[in-house]
Design a protein around this ligand. Sequence first.
Ligand SMILES: Nc1ncnc2c1ncn2[C@@H]1O[C@H](COP(=O)(O)OP(=O)(O)O)[C@@H](O)[C@H]1O
Ligand SMILES: [Mg+2]
Length: 303
Amino acid sequence: MSSEIATRPPTVCVTNAKGGTGKTTIAINVAGALNERGHDVLFVDVDPQGNATEGLGLLSAYDAEPPTLFDVLTDRAVRANVGELIVEHEEMDVLPSSIDLLQAEHELTIADLLAWAKTDDSVAVDPDALADLAINVTPETVTGDHALDSLALALAELDHEYDFVVIDSPPFYGKLTDTAIYAAGNVLVPALTEATSERAIELLIDQVAALEGQVDITVDTMGVVANRVEQTNEDATMLAWLEEVFADYPVWEVRKRVALQRAFSAGKSIFAYEQRVDMEDVFLSIAERFETHFETTTPEVTA
Ligand SMILES: Nc1ncnc2c1ncn2[C@@H]1O[C@H](COP(=O)(O)OP(=O)(O)O)[C@@H](O)[C@H]1O
Ligand SMILES: [Mg+2]
């Protein structure tokens, strides 16, 4: 890993391959909480569905003409221009998703295969033939023994020094999510307190282990956010299960609250939403954990 990447701001990827677990909701509100505590936050939306981008009121960025985040991740010539894609939101800067990010999974898979074919002589694949299947990726631009560093390298190009970077990830496992986890090196895991979450958590643990094996990094778990918690037996059973599996990590509880949906529909976190929501303390506690974990000092918050 280059020193340039190593000196990037603390970055956390909110991830769980199961859709609807609250990745986007948690990511936006953790970013909002960090901003509330006086930090300068960059929010990165690598979900091709762009829920966060749209939710933050940036639909025109999602529909923007190329170059977009897709090009930043797949075209080396565009990478350094990543800063031009950043849009301002009242609480955070946003590197938006775009509709063409749907192609990124395919493109990054080819890039990763190219890297493999170029570094492993036993792989009998013609790089040019592989590259013919790609839009932006070419054998010349793929260097190294994997191609999962494109977001990390792009973020390293930013001039602005953010205190924290929060990445929202796709609801499936593949190269795009790998790229997001690789760039962050830290994951925050939202999980619903229902039985189906067990499989999703097991998949996540397998995915992270496979990624660590492939690219020689260590991924830190920041903790688990049990989300949409209600007071049923199933919730209690799943909370106990999560606390057992993640015994060494904090397990936060976010209750089911319509206000979280309302704030999202209003294009902001609950901290910028007019109505007070009783889950603010949970998100502030996650933000404080980030501060202590990464040992950042809290700037003076001016009202
Ligand atoms: N704690 C919560 N209380 C009520 N609704 C929630 C809560 N967390 C998420 N939601 C709602 O559940 C749906 C899925 O959440 P979302 O954050 O989009 O999940 P993901 O990004 O994992 O697909 C959204 O409609 C969201 O508003
Ligand atoms: Mg989402």
